[in-house]
Structures are given as C-alpha cells and as structure tokens.
Design a protein around this ligand. Structure first.
Ligand code: S3P
Length: 428
C-alpha cells in the first residue's frame, strides 16, 4: 500500500473502536456466566472475532442485535467439545486466556493459530495450569497447537508470576474460578486488571491487595450489560500523529483510561506534549483526549511503567524520533515475544526511514529529533507495527512510503486507514 507523505496536517475527531482486551473478555465472561450478557461497543476486529467464533464452536449462542452483541450464557458445564481443532488466528489473548478458562470445563479441544502464534511462548500459561492439575499439553511443551482435556478436578494454587503478563494472570484466575480452594496470584508488576474488574462486575468474589490477587472457587457468575470504551492502544496512534504532525489538533472521545493502561498519557506529559484530558466518565473509566502539535523532549521509560504501555511502545518509539535528546526504553524484554519481536522490528523498520534508533537486550535507545524519509517498509504481519509505520509516513519530508502487509491492521483496527484519512481530509 502506498501511504500519504509530505508533512500532513491532521485536524479532526476520531472515535476509535472498542477496547480489544475488554472485548475478548466480554465474550468469555458472557459465556461463563448464567443468563444474558449484552455488550455495547464490542470490537469487530479479527482478534476478537476469533474469540467469538471459538465460543460459538463450543455451542454458546452469540448474536448481534442492532449495536449490541448478545451472549446467552449457561455456565461452563454447557460447553460442548467442537468437532475439530479450532483456529484462533493471530490472537495471543484468545489462546492464553481460553486455555485457563477451558482447563476447568467438561470439554476436550485443540487450539492452533497462524505462523506468529506458533512461535509465541505458551509454557508461561501451561506451567501454573499443570500445577493446578490441569490436563493441558503443547508442541514441545511451549508452542501451539495446545490440547486441553477439561477436568473438574482443578486445585487452587499460590503462584508468584515470573513475568509481568495480564494474559498469564488472567488464565490462572479464569481457571481458579472453577477450581477447588483458593487461588492466589502474586504479580511481578501490576498489569492490566480487566479480568479482575469483570469478575466483580459479573458478580464474582475477588480480593486485590496491591500485586496480590485472591479468589476462591467454584464461583457462579451472572450475565451483565456492559459498555466497552474505545481502545487506548488504538487511540495511541492518533495521539502520536497529532503530536508529531505540523499544525495539528486531534480529538479522541470515549477512550478507556483505566490506570493500568494509561502509561502513554504519562509519557506524553513527561515529553512535554500538549495533551488535554476532558469529560472524564468515572464509571466507564473513559475520557476525551486531545493533542496538539508539540515540541517534544526525550524521556526514560522503565520499570513499573512498562506493563502499563507495553502495546504502545512501537508508536512511542516513533514519538521519540521527533523529541529533542535521547529517549531510553528499558525493562521491556517482553516486546520480543509479541506478534513479532517488536524491539528488532520497530528499530529495523524505522531505520529504513532514517531514524536514529538502537536495540538493547531489553529495549530501545532513540536519538532525536530526526527527519524521516521515504522507504519501502513492512508490517511483518504485526498490526501495531503496520499502524506505527503509517503514522511515520505522515511526517516524511522526501520520497514516498510503501507499506507491505498493510492488511495486518485488521487484527485490531479494521477501519484504521479510513479513520486516518478522515483526519487528513481525503480518503487514503
Ligand atoms: C493483553 C495482555 C498483554 C498485551 C496484549 C493484551 C490482555 O499481553 O500485550 O495485547 O488482554 O490481557 P501479555 O500478557 O503477554 O503482556
């Protein structure tokens, strides 16, 4: 795909689509619960549709009614073994969370995915689940396909997490909901807490004390009405676009800004970006975000902040190429096991456009500001790398940008290019 270049100005408002993490969980909790769950703002993107189709294959009735998704839950006992192995596409959240959820179900299932999923580590989920006496296995004990033989004999455990991962935490908690006794998870760093929030929202019992989370099984959940706010990880691309493009003003209503996800807002403030947060909705944990073109300063991004912006690091790296000074991102080795190795791919693709960016064992070092130029760049099939490169093309001063594998954006944001086009004033 050929991208627009030549220092575009961005003016306008984009309503980014629903949060991916919450949309996945809305189906999982709706299916686990008893009664009807109605979801407004569900993200209709490839990853969440993988979760939707998986639960339909398990016999759960899920239908669209106007703007809502309606899930008819009859509890975990009602799931049926699908006739064949289920393809979950590119979705790490689906395969990891569902492995925990189904470990305590009455069914047998094999889950597989695309070439990226086949390289992503699964032992981090299997190890605690095996300690809970789950019957789960994987290729080379670490990779998809994963085979789950459901059992109602799971036991609660106390698990100190070796990695900061909301997917691992959630898999254990979802298994713990139907295990005997108490499950205690102690996090390495606090990660996104949508699973904990939704256990409460669906009438479950969970105790959270800093990084320690406790629940007792078995629990019975009840269907709910829920609203999914806009995804801050999608909004991040337009936040950065508005900050680095010339003479720009971008407004993003209804973006989820729950504390465990809002690290990018702190980074923008530390970099002296012009950011306004308005219309805070405390119940929905959302707000309107507005940014203006800014003179940016380098910053250091590390430690407990990393899990709060882990998916935003590629686009933050682009932001740093336009900031005065040296930005250091460290403690982010988890980036190596995302949809691609995002440390290597972010650096190599931005370098093709003239960025001054080095990789380290656990992050990136970016010197700025640098002028970017045209190049042929590649998403490598990673949605967030594709969107980051599309935003980079807006500030290219010479040459043209061609983005290979642009269709990967549909994993989390199918309307990304038309929303970007609406800010430029002409369709892309
Ligand atoms: C997610 C957790 C994070 C994140 C992913 C979504 C979730 O992954 O990168 O996009 O919804 O729980 P890890 O748990 O691997 O950090």
């Amino acid at each position: 795909m050929k991208l627009l270049t030549n220092q575009q100005q961005l003016i306008g408002t984009v309503r980014v689509p629903g949060d991916k993490s919450i949309s996945h969980r809305s189906i999982m909790f709706g299916a686990l619960a008893h009664g009807i769950t109605r979801v407004t703002g569900f993200l209709e993107a490839e990853d969440c549709l993988s979760t939707l189709k998986l639960f339909q294959a398990l016999g759960v009735k899920i239908e669209r009614e106007g703007m809502q998704l309606v899930i008819e839950g009859h509890g975990i006992e009602a799931f049926r073994s699908p006739r064949q192995a289920v393809d979950i596409g590119n979705s790490g959240t689906t395969i990891r969370l569902v492995t925990g959820l189904l470990a305590a179900s009455p069914i047998d299932v094999t889950l597989f995915g695309d070439v990226s999923i086949a390289k992503r580590p699964m032992a981090r989920v299997l190890i605690p689940l095996l300690q809970m006496k789950a019957q789960v296995s994987a290729r080379e004990e670490n990779y998809a396909p994963i085979t789950i033989k459901g059992t109602n004999k799971l036991q609660g455990i106390t698990y100190r997490m070796p990695v900061a991962s909301a997917q691992v935490k959630s898999a254990i908690l979802l298994a713990g909901l139907h295990a005997k006794g108490e499950t205690i998870v102690i996090e390495k760093e606090k990660t996104r807490d949508h699973t904990e929030d939704m256990i409460r929202q669906f009438g479950g019992d969970i105790e959270i004390n800093g990084k320690e989370i406790r629940l007792k099984g078995p629990q019975r959940l009840i269907g709910q009405e829920m609203m999914v706010p806009g995804d801050i990880s999608s909004a991040a691309f337009f936040l950065v676009a508005g900050l680095i493009a010339k003479d720009s003003e971008v407004t993003l209503p209804n973006v989820g800004i729950t504390a465990t996800r809002a690290g990018i807002l702190e980074v923008i403030e530390a970099m002296q970006g012009s950011l306004f947060i308005r219309d805070r909705d405390l119940e929905n944990q959302s707000a309107t975000l507005q940014v203006h073109s800014s003179q940016l300063q380098a910053t250091i991004i590390e430690g407990a902040l990393i899990p709060r912006l882990i998916d935003e690091l590629p686009i933050i790296a682009l932001l740093a190429t336009q900031a005065e000074g040296t930005t250091v991102i460290r403690d982010a080795e988890e980036l190596k096991v995302k949809e691609t190795n995002r440390i290597d791919v972010t650096a190599s693709e931005l370098r093709k456009m003239g960025a001054n960016i080095e990789t380290t064992d656990d992050g990136l070092i970016i010197n700025g500001p640098t002028k970017l130029h045209g190049a042929v760049v590649d998403s490598h099939g990673d949605h967030r790398i594709g969107m980051m490169l599309a935003i980079a093309s807006l500030i290219v001063e010479s040459g043209t940008v061609e983005l290979l594998n642009a269709e990967a954006v549909a994993v989390s944001y199918p309307s990304f290019f038309s929303d970007l086009g609406s800010l430029i004033g002409e369709g892309l």
